[in-house]
Ligand binder design. Structure first.
Ligand code: FAD
Length: 367
């Protein structure tokens, strides 16, 4: 079936942004790593809104993160278009407009590029192979094969098998649905708040041709409408042929308390590394992946404790994550208000505060 050897220093479950970045830095640190992913090719089918900040914008959003340009090497072919503006749209439809430098990705090409980068550094991949469980140092695949490793990393997203079995802390997960639509949708990315997406938000992100349009909601606030109906209602606001439909789930309660248990390590969505105030997970998973990969390589080489991963994460991302969690809690209250009140809340006076909360800054210090 495959001639991949069975005993490894590190096995990473999942080769998405978190897993491939972790593997890249483990390999760069001179250690051996096997990535096992159930998909083939990794990244397909698409499950994403495909928006990320540019590197310069990331540096402003996450000032504690070093060497952003080394971490985020998005190749040209993975960028569908660049955007320079974000509209925050209340139910009235009158947007608050902000400068925002972002890339609309071809997410599938983006994730494939991350796999290539990790392979170039020396990581090995096993695709089309689902991990069913982990016992001690042994990773069991659904097809009966087993692999062993000194360290096992759970980067399998929101349903990661390691997280499910060995962490009993739960995360708030919100269901997300989206479509790709043909047409011309301008340059600005749009985030919509109000009863069209109870407890979450809806988006329209223009691509080179067409747009990625969707929404995420908190079920408990949806009353008589479910996520399918709400998605259809929102998508129907736009004209164009739907070429793809996708769905997924986003952890929205922030990071879990601990990412390390013995020789098990979590990274990316499995550790809750999504900024709840804006749903950003790709670049955040990669920030976590770099720290995890570097610490694991150091652990194997010089004995650095794995807990250094949590220490470094908190130093680089602790404040941003705390601000984002606070903003999400406040936002969850505001966006449950009736639409007419939300329209009043989103105004010229509150405009800077709205922006600071969405971009994970402390809301009450403007300078
Ligand atoms: C609909 C949707 C829209 C989104 N839009 C955006 C956006 O616009 N911008 C943004 O920054 N973020 C967005 N996100 C969030 C972002 O996609 C995630 O935060 C990010 O992908 C996390 O990366 P990850 O590597 O942790 O997990 P994933 O990308 O989910 O990768 C996990 C990998 O693990 C593999 N895997 C899972 N289970 C197993 C198993 N048992 N065995 C083997 N392999 C396994 C999967 O095949 C997958 O390749 C969106 C998410 C969703 C669902």
């Amino acid at each position: 079936m495959s001639d991949v050897k069975t005993d490894w220093e590190v096995i990473v479950i999942g080769g998405g942004p978190a897993g491939s970045t972790t593997a890249r830095y483990i390999a760069e640190g001179g250690r051996e790593v096997l990535v096992i992913d159930r998909r083939d090719p990794i990244g397909s089918p698409l499950q994403c809104g495909e928006l990320v900040p540019t590197n310069a914008e990331m540096q402003r959003l996450c000032p504690g993160v070093p060497d952003i340009d080394d971490l985020l090497q998005t190749p040209e072919h993975a960028i569908s278009r660049e955007t320079s503006e974000m509209y925050i749209v209340p139910p009235s439809g009158k947007p608050l407009q902000y400068p925002f430098e972002g890339y609309m990705l071809n997410r599938v090409a983006h994730d494939e590029a991350l796999v290539d980068l990790a392979k170039e550094k020396g990581a090995t991949y096993l695709t089309d192979s689902r991990v069913s469980s982990v016992e001690g140092n042994t990773v069991h695949l659904k097809d009966g094969r087993t692999f062993t490793a000194q360290i096992i990393v759970g980067a399998g997203g929101h349903n990661d098998p390691l997280r499910k079995k060995y962490w009993n802390e739960s995360s708030l997960k919100i269901p997300v649905k989206f479509v790709l639509m043909d047409g011309d949708f301008g340059d600005a990315v749009e985030l919509h708040f109000g009863s069209m997406a109870p407890g979450g938000y809806a988006w329209m992100f223009p691509k080179k041709s067409g747009a990625n349009i969707g929404l995420g909601v908190q079920q408990k606030y949806c009353k008589d409408k479910n996520v399918n109906v709400l998605t259809e209602d929102f998508v129907n606001r736009y004209d164009g042929e739907i070429t793809f439909r996708g769905a997924g789930s986003l952890p929205m309660s922030g990071t879990i308390r601990s990412f390390v248990k013995g020789n098990y390590v979590l990274v990316g969505d499995s550790a809750g590394m999504v900024l709840p105030s804006n749903g950003a997970g790709i670049t955040i998973a990669m920030i976590g992946g770099r720290i995890a990969g570097q610490v694991i390589a150091e652990h194997l080489t010089t004995g650095t404790p794995l807990s250094q991963y949590e220490v470094r994460w908190k130093k680089q991302m602790g404040k941003v994550m705390r601000n984002s969690q606070r903003a999400f809690k406040l936002g969850s209250f505001i966006i449950r208000l009736p639409d007419w009140l939300i329209n009043l809340v989103f105004n010229r006076v509150t405009k800077p505060f709205v922006w600071r909360s969405i971009t994970c800054r402390n809301m009450f210090f403007l300078f």
